[in-house]
Design a protein around this ligand. Structure first.
Ligand code: SOE
Length: 390
């Protein structure tokens, strides 16, 4: 069976998720499109990279990501570093002819995203962005129902992504709160996941009107760069630094196909953990999904007999998208790991079959342009058309 050598750049939370997916993908999807080989991992320090190689099962390690780009053995460069490094690494990898898998959001700005999109297009390499939630079987099932016309023409999409890990002011000033590294705050970090799902299920955006808020304007400065996602609290007389990104973004949407919708994203919503939800109303029914109950898709079909109409819950399993590769009984449990395994499978399949991966850098660039419109609307307090011609 064909093998593809992976160079993973970064060694944090996402490195764990991606390494696990490379290791286990062929155990789920068999025959696998190809076997990913965990060849080299890069971290900032030699010691960190050595530990990461041992922990995540990589054959080699380096503290210089450029060595991975220059390595003729490497087929796939996988970028799991903070947002400020995505463009430089991806453009170098494209020039070296590597296929690229990159964590979301694509970059800090649409200008960087455009350069990345142009680089992969010029190089003709496969590229994919890790908007993994669309790979949840229940979300793919929603897509199937919509495409089959089961809920008719879509009228309205209501999406949320609510977390609470930054609601506490003593959560440190990690890179996610700094514009120079992250680009955007909540909008870029998790709002983009819902934008990806809305584009996947409903279609392209046309106009937005938005509000953006920063509730906690300074946070305690932490030592080191590792983002602990609210698990660490720095209290007392710790020095503080400014937060220059959004904590919350809420916006309404007009889609190009005439549907309307709204998205709310916050990392300051106490009690909400990974509350990524959508409710879609169509002319013939409705669909509801909540990632915190990700084995379930709720559907309502208006052509059911009147005396038995109501939302019903479908537990995803072998009969549903990706089901044969996963677990043999519905509700045995889909997790974050499974979404990453499916994502890894779909990317490797796109390389082997020589077809475009999805969502790719073009999608990432378009999502960046949508974010530009959301930011502009919040600043100018008016509806803004997304400028896809930029
Ligand atoms: C933090 O908000 C975060 O880790 C995001 O960056 C991920 O994309 C999301 O899946 C989980 O939460």
């Amino acid at each position: 069976m064909k093998k593809l050598n992976v160079g993973l750049i970064g060694a944090g939370f996402m490195a764990k998720a991606h390494a696990m997916a490379y290791a286990t993908m062929p155990m789920f999807f068999w025959p696998a499109p190809a076997i990913p080989v965990r060849k080299v991992i890069a971290d900032i320090t030699e010691e960190g990279a050595k530990i990461a190689a041992e922990r995540f099962g990589f054959e080699k390690y380096t503290s210089d990501w450029r060595k991975i780009i220059e390595d003729p053995e490497i087929d796939i460069v996988d970028i799991v570093t903070p947002n400020d490094t995505h463009a430089e690494i991806a453009i170098a990898a494209a020039k070296a002819g590597k296929h690229i898998f990159c964590e979301k959001p694509i970059a800090r700005t649409s200008e960087e995203a455009k350069k990345m999109y142009e680089a992969v297009t010029n190089a003709g390499v496969k590229n994919m962005l890790a908007f993994n939630y669309r790979r949840t079987p229940a979300v793919a099932l929603a897509k199937k129902f919509i495409e089959e016309g089961a809920i008719g023409k879509i009228l309205n999409f209501r999406g949320t992504y609510l977390q609470d890990w930054s609601a506490d002011p003593s959560s440190p000033l990690s890179w996610r709160f700094q514009k120079s590294i992250a680009g955007l705050g909540t909008l870029g970090d998790i709002g983009t996941h819902v934008i990806d799902i809305a584009r996947y299920l409903v279609g392209e955006f046309d106009e937005v009107v938005s509000m953006m808020n920063t509730y906690i304007t300074e946070r305690p400065i932490q030592e080191g760069v590792v983002d602990k996602l609210g698990t660490v609290k720095l209290e007392g007389s710790v020095k503080k630094g400014p937060v220059d990104v959004d904590d919350e973004a809420s916006f309404m949407i007009k889609f190009k196909n005439g549907a309307v919708g709204s998205i709310e994203a916050t990392r300051n919503g106490w009690g909400r953990n990974n509350f990524l939800t959508f409710e879609i109303h169509g002319e013939k029914g409705s669909i509801f999904f909540n990632y915190e109950r990700r084995d379930e898709l709720q559907v309502y079909f208006a052509d059911d007999p009147v005396d038995r109409r109501g939302f019903r819950t479908i537990y995803t399993g072998p009969a549903h998208p990706y089901g044969e590769a996963l677990w043999p009984i519905p509700a045995l449990g889909i997790g974050y790991g499974e979404t990453k395994i499916i994502e890894c499978h779909d990317f490797i399949k796109s390389i082997i079959e020589d077809v475009e991966a999805s969502p790719n850098f073009e999608d990432g660039y378009r999502i960046s342009l949508i974010c530009d419109a959301v930011v502009k609307s919040a600043e100018e307090k008016r509806w803004v058309k997304v400028d896809f011609g930029k």
